[in-house]
Design a protein around this ligand. Structure first.
Ligand code: LLP
Length: 418
């Protein structure tokens, strides 16, 4: 459930009218519901209450400081993937002992910064990376805790681009090699403490079966290695929970927990989760204004002021996002493509979508489910300024990121004399 509901013909975020927000801050604008955000976090925490896991919110889904701060204050840790996300985590004074750091390509500089910050775990993706962390950790006079990310070779049944646990994917280390790494590491790498298995099989996964298949493999490995004295204390099961964009019927947090807790318990270790989309996906919408209606002999184009640079998911993954006029009136539907101003045919928010025929220029539309991987994947393509972000709390709202100005676009550029 989310807090974007139609009340008296007006789409509201909590108890604030989205039309009013659009008038006040302009469009395109991302609008987030504080209540939805915290409610999704709480649902997950309650579902897993009996084993009290550390829930590290995956910042890549939406790294806005205000949203991250709310989650951190509610008890969340953070899952980061770059020095930039570490910087953001520090800005909101997140407890570094609740930070886990994944990425196949961490640089030496990023590794050192994270070690000095005192993060809980690196999720290590290769042997070379493990050796580098060991060296840097030694130089810093520390013994850094690390997790080994395994690649369980299971199919996550999701879009290829966000499926991460097949052998041919760049992520993790196959189970055979992982076994050897544990033995090798404990003997030869004194500045790391390898004590966690990490597994993340992909994103927008609707069923429990792939999670179960991967976790069974991870747990069997932990039991086997601990029998041999490996000292594994944690299991990090990543993120990946699917949400409803259209007609999906994804597992609920409770169903997910019920399906996997019995498997996890066998490992007798502490649990870490890294959810992103589940927490923030349906907590945000993108407001966009209709610039022009263009009826051609073959179809109608609704040209709006948001584009692929604001919300890339439809163009990149063919993702479906529901589109609702913020001031709703019942009426006949007409099919249209909702497209942005960017100079590519790949720039669309919806294709052949049934939308009210009465829509007119200057009407505002809400693109739903834009809280996760919306703003965080946005860019300045076509020298477009990135959108304003707004946080709603009941009847109040606040800008939590200003709309970029033209001078922001050229801030780091040098005209040069060459
Ligand atoms: N942990 C790891 C190691 C990850 O790679 C990811 C996401 C997560 C956690 C969080 O996954 P979530 O709970 O959000 O599914 N841009 C794509 C999604 C990319 C996911 C990348 N990794 C999209 O818009 O669908």
């Amino acid at each position: 459930m989310h807090d974007f509901q139609v009340k008296k013909n007006t789409l509201c975020c909590e108890r604030t009218s989205l039309a009013e927000i659009a008038r006040a801050v302009g469009t395109p604008a991302f609008v987030y519901s504080k209540h939805t955000l915290l409610d999704h976090f709480t649902k997950l925490r309650q579902a897993f209450a009996e084993i009290n896991p550390l829930i590290c919110y995956s910042m890549k889904a939406n790294s806005n400081l205000a949203l991250c701060r709310l989650l951190v204050n509610a008890g969340a840790g953070l899952d980061i993937v770059s020095g930039g996300e570490l910087y953001r985590a520090k800005k909101i004074k997140a407890d570094s002992q609740k930070i886990v750091y994944a990425s196949v390509g961490k640089t030496a500089e990023e590794i050192e910064a994270a070690i000095r910050a005192g993060i809980l775990f690196f999720n290590v993706e290769s042997l070379s990376e493990l050796a580098l962390i060991n060296a840097i950790s030694g130089r810093c006079g520390k013994r850094q805790r690390v997790a080994l990310r395994i690649n369980p070779d299971v199919s996550a049944h999701t879009h290829d681009y966000i499926s991460t646990a097949k052998r041919e994917n760049k992520f993790g280390i196959d189970i055979e090699t992982a076994r050897e790494v544990f033995i090798h590491c404990n003997r030869n790498l004194p500045h790391v403490q390898l004590c966690c298995i990490h597994v993340h099989i992909g994103s927008q996964i609707e069923q429990a079966a792939p999670f179960k298949a991967a976790l069974k493999k991870a747990v069997a490995l932990i039991i086997e290695l601990n029998r041999r004295g490996a000292g594994i204390t944690h299991l990090n099961i990543g993120g990946g929970l699917g949400i409803i964009y259209r007609k999906e019927r994804p597992q609920t947090a409770d169903e997910y927990a019920r399906a996997i807790i019995p498997i996890i318990k066998k490992a007798k270790v502490s649990l870490i989760l890294e959810p992103g989309r589940f927490i923030v996906g349906n907590a945000g919408v993108l407001l966009t204004k209709i610039l022009y209606l263009k009826d051609t002999p073959v179809k109608r184009f609704i040209i709006v002021d948001a584009a692929m640079n604001d919300l890339l998911r439809p163009s990149l993954y063919g993702a479906y996002h529901e589109i609702i006029p913020v001031e709703k009136t019942a009426g006949a539907m007409k099919k249209a493509d909702v497209v942005g101003p960017v100079c590519e045919s790949g720039d669309f928010l919806a294709k052949d979508r049934g939308l009210p025929a009465f829509l007119k220029e200057n009407d505002v539309l809400a693109v739903m489910g834009a809280g996760a991987y919306g703003f965080s994947m946005s860019s300045n393509y076509n020298s477009r300024r990135r959108a304003v972000e707004v946080l709603v709390d009941d009847r109040r709202y606040q800008i939590v990121r200003k709309r970029e100005q033209y001078r922001d676009l050229v801030r780091n550029e040098i005209t040069g004399k060459l």
